[in-house]
Ligand binder design. Structure first.
Ligand code: HEC
Ligand code: HEC
Length: 280
């Protein structure tokens, strides 16, 4: 680990002179400043490497929401418009999403995105509002709400509602979900060990396939169903051209499984509300 870091550091040092020269000859007038500047110069190059492939694909019938584009400036404009991205870091879907059809941000990317979101929050006054009365609990972040929601899930509901039977749901030609998802591929954990599947689905990123959240002015608002298990099987392929071999298997959830997942969400939501988030 240390040696690898050293090699990277040396490589950076070696390439440093050239880079600085390139920066010097750029006209300063066109450089965005503040949080926008941070996005354009530090965040965009990272997202462009790992996320643009799906999230900036104009004229492509991909299902991935188009919150980026292929240059820094219009990406920023898009990111600004997309709900739930620019928010207090613990409320931002950019940081919370984790592994899905696309990869999770790496640790280093997270650090960059986190710092930029703090800058945005400061500029826009998006911090969770200060606690007026010390007797009141601090405002909940989306990250905390997800953790609470997970802790409010019950294995009895999971089995009784038949949500668990997703483990046996068949796809067209590719067998049951658990054949591919029994170790959490793409942030979807589906296994015929009910206890294991239950436990994993209480945690990020797996919980986000069942439950997600809404935000308002960068603050957490409420938990809502994510419907990823319902919708995945009938969505257009997330890939195009040569990549269509990667298309997800098709399926229509059995009615009892679809209803079971809804009932499981509702039972959890009700318990979460009733307990004021403090399920044990
Ligand atoms: C291979 C394609 C692909 C790549 C690459 C990809 N994504 Fe996605 N992303 C998707 C798809 C498909 C969806 C819609 C389904 C879903 O919500 O999981 C999505 C949805 C999202 C959402 C919206 C979540 C919501 O609840 O509205 C966020 C945020 C996101 N991705 C972040 C990222 C980040 C950050 C990266 C880069 C580290 C990335 N994605 C890379 C395919 C991709
Ligand atoms: C042949 C292997 C395979 C089978 C069977 C399979 N999946 Fe997937 N699944 C994948 C792969 C690969 C990905 C990541 C690429 C993608 O999102 O298309 C994925 C991603 C997902 C995601 C996360 C991404 C998103 O869009 O939210 C969900 C949810 C999901 N699958 C649900 C299911 C369900 C439910 C079943 C069973 C009815 C199932 N899958 C069966 C291979 C499979």
């Amino acid at each position: 680990m240390k040696i690898a870091a050293l090699v990277v550091a040396l490589a950076l040092l070696a390439g440093c002179g050239g880079k600085d020269d390139a920066l010097l000859i750029q006209p300063p007038a066109v450089q965005a400043t503040g949080a926008r500047g941070t996005f354009e110069h530090q965040v965009y190059p990272e997202l462009q490497l790992t996320c643009a492939f799906c999230h900036a694909a104009p004229n492509n019938p991909v299902h991935a929401p188009q919150w980026m584009s292929f240059d820094a400036k219009s990406s920023y404009d898009n990111v600004e418009k997309f709900d739930g991205l620019i928010a207090w870091p613990d409320n931002s879907k950019l940081l919370l999403k984790g592994e899905h059809t696309g990869p999770a941000l790496t640790k280093a990317q997270k650090t960059t995105v986190h710092a930029w979101l703090l800058e945005e929050s400061n500029e826009r006054g998006l911090e969770p509002p200060p606690v007026e009365k010390p007797s009141e609990p601090p405002p909940l972040t989306a990250d905390e709400a997800l953790a609470q929601f997970g802790s409010c899930m019950s294995i009895d509901d999971f089995k009784a509602t038949k949500a668990f039977e997703l483990a046996y749901q068949q796809t067209t030609g590719w067998g049951p979900c658990r054949g591919c998802h029994n170790s959490g591929w793409a942030g979807a954990f589906i296994d015929d060990d009910a206890q294991l599947m239950f436990a994993q689905n209480r945690l990020k990123p797996f919980i986000l396939k069942l439950a997600t959240f809404t935000t308002e002015k960068g603050a957490f608002k409420d938990m809502v169903p994510a419907h990823r298990f319902h919708d995945k099987g009938s969505e257009p392929c997330a890939y195009s051209g040569d990549q269509t071999v990667l298309c997800h298997p098709k399926y229509v959830p059995l009615p009892e499984v679809a209803d079971g997942l809804d009932a499981y969400f509702t039972a959890t939501y009700d318990r979460w509300k009733k307990a004021g988030g403090a399920c044990k």
